[in-house]
Every structure is written in structure tokens, then in C-alpha cells.
Design a protein around this ligand. Structure first.
Ligand SMILES: [Zn+2]
Length: 320
């Protein structure tokens, strides 16, 4: 009852004002990293602050490829800015396919806008379809940060996605979450990597992360020897050696966590103790968050170090 009144009195006016002024000011940046690819970044104040704290990556990053294929659609508060950008790019007439690399709301948040403006077909991995089509209710801070999500129809992606100039292989690379895909163009050796990378040393994850699968996916991505990496939070790398270095750094970070989980799995008595031993950090925020990281503090443990530790622990138990 109280919850319903709070929603009526506070949340409904907040949401409707955000539709007009989506946590203003918003900033849109367009870059053209290689011929045929436009990178669209849209930030507002909260996501900019959040990204500065968590390693400098961006939110609401989408890629427009060959004028016809869009990869990820950003978070719902970015809607007005994305609409304006697509009109400026004359893309409303040309986009015919949209790929969601995975089901998180900062990658699928404007699917409805794309369908409305372009009539494009939305594609995602079969495992991700139920989450995109019938999303669970988000914790309040994610609705506050990213906005309310309006689901639309989404179709299973095949093994290949083609545009007039390019042919992308679809690789299922779970780990960040189930049903996460990367697109690889073998002639150009472009990898549109979704959230496979994000930042090398991001220690706090959602509960749907799976460390062992993430390491496997990174191994497969490294084997593809991509020349360019297009990350869904804005890291764009356009030389082969640097791409390999970035992917390996991420792999090393995760495999170090795995090794330490295996090392302390039997001696630690609780997940909290195990997480403390695995990360072995002694900063103020570590004491404050009971060793679960600062993201855990501000997200009510939705993002936490414990989540990634647990995913490795399941593996350690299986191997034991
Ligand atoms: Zn994600």
C-alpha cells in the first residue's frame, strides 16, 4: 500500500519529467573509427558520474554499420537524443536490422524507438529472447539511472548477419551474462564485442555473470585475432596488437580471481571472507562495503564482487 503511494506521488512524476528532460544535460558524440562504422555515444549526468567512478567507460554506446545494421540501442533515457541523431544521420530510411548483444537494459532500451522509426527487425540470441521480451522488474536504481523499458518483439539471430558490404559471424560468447553474442567480420576482422570487455579490471558484476564461461569466451575471441574491437561501452581499438593486449589483460584479471577462489575455497568460512581473501584490498570503501566493492554499496549488492566469486566457486566445487 505504502509502496503504491510512493510510486504514485514520487515515481510517476519523476518518470514523466524524465521523458521530457531525461536527466539533462545529455551529450551525444559521434565518431567514425573506420569506414563503414559510426559510433554513437549518449551520456547524461548520472551515467557520466557513474562511468568516471567505474573505470571511465561510457553508457548508451551503439554502432551503426554500413548504414543498415545497428548494434545495441542504449538506455531508455537516451531516447530523444538517439532519435535526433538517427534523423541527422538519415538512418531512419536505411536501418533494417538491429542486434542486441545481450538483454541488459542499457543495450536494449530503445528497441521500441528503432521499430517505430525504421521498422527494423530486432535480433538477439535465443537464450536472451525471454529476458528482452518479458523483462523482470529492475531494481529502483537501474530504473532511475536508465529509465523504464518498453519491450517489443525480438527474433532469434541466425549464425550470420549480412549487410550489403559485410558478413558477420554470430558468436555466442556468454560470461557477462547468458545469451551474450559478439559479431565478427572475418574479412575486416572486426569484433563487435558487446560487454565481453567493458574494462579490464571491473571486479563487481551482476548475479547473471559467469566467470568460467567469460574466460572461455575471451579465449575464443583472442583466437579470432580481431584487428578492431568495438566495445559496447565505448572502447574502440583499431590495431591488432592492442586488441590482443586488451583482451588478454581482461582474461588475466578474471583468471587471477579464479585461481585465488580455488586457492582459498576450502579455508574460507563465508562468501564474505572468501571475497576478502580473493581481492585482498584494504581501502576505506572495502571496509565500508564489507569487502564487496563500492558498486555493491551504491547498488544494494546488485553489483558485487561476491557474484563473480560465487560463479567461480560453483566451478571449484565441481572440480573438487
Ligand atoms: Zn551488460
Amino acid at each position: 500500500m505504502i509502496k503504491r503511494w510512493i510510486k504514485k506521488l514520487l515515481w510517476v512524476p519523476y518518470e514523466s519529467s524524465c521523458r521530457r528532460l531525461p536527466l539533462w544535460p545529455l551529450k551525444t558524440t559521434l565518431t567514425y573509427p573506420v569506414d563503414g562504422v559510426v559510433c554513437i555515444r549518449i551520456d547524461n549526468v548520472p551515467t557520466r558520474i557513474l562511468s568516471r567512478f567505474s573505470g571511465g567507460y561510457d553508457y548508451a554506446v551503439s554502432y551503426l554499420i554500413d548504414e543498415t545494421l545497428m548494434v545495441d540501442t542504449g538506455f531508455p533515457w537516451a531516447r530523444r537524443q538517439l532519435k535526433r541523431t538517427l534523423i541527422e544521420l538519415n538512418a531512419t530510411e536505411t536501418i533494417s536490422q538491429v542486434v542486441n548483444t545481450h538483454y541488459h537494459e542499457d543495450h536494449t532500451g530503445n528497441n521500441d524507438l528503432l521499430v517505430e522509426m525504421t521498422g527494423a527487425k530486432i535480433l538477439a540470441h535465443a537464450i536472451a529472447l525471454p529476458e528482452i521480451r518479458f523483462p523482470v522488474e529492475l531494481p529502483w536504481y537501474r530504473r532511475f539511472l536508465f529509465g523504464p523499458y518498453v519491450p517489443v518483439d525480438v527474433h532469434p539471430i541466425g549464425d550470420v548477419v549480412t549487410t550489403s558490404q559485410y558478413r558477420f559471424e554470430v558468436h555466442h560468447m556468454p560470461g557477462h551474462c547468458p545469451g551474450h553474442v559478439c559479431l565478427f567480420e572475418p574479412d575486416q576482422r572486426w569484433l563487435f564485442s558487446g560487454d565481453l570487455y567493458i574494462a579490464a579490471d571491473l571486479d563487481s558484476q551482476l548475479g547473471d555473470a559467469n566467470g568460467p564461461e567469460w574466460i572461455e569466451s575471451l579465449d575464443r575471441a583472442i583466437e579470432l585475432r580481431p584487428r578492431c574491437l568495438f566495445d559496447a561501452h565505448g572502447t574502440v581499438i583499431v590495431d591488432e596488437e592492442s586488441v590482443a593486449t586488451f583482451l588478454r589483460r581482461k582474461r588475466e584479471f578474471l583468471s587471477k580471481i579464479r585461481d585465488r577462489v580455488f586457492e582459498f575455497a576450502t579455508s574460507a568460512q563465508t562468501i564474505q571472507e572468501l571475497t576478502r581473501k580473493v581481492f585482498d584490498r584494504r581501502r576505506f570503501v572495502d571496509y565500508l562495503s564489507l569487502d564487496d566493492g563500492w558498486l555493491s554499496l551504491i547498488t544494494g549488492s546488485d553489483f558485487s564482487r561476491g557474484n563473480i566469486v560465487k560463479s567461480f566457486l560453483r566451478d571449484a566445487k565441481r572440480e573438487a
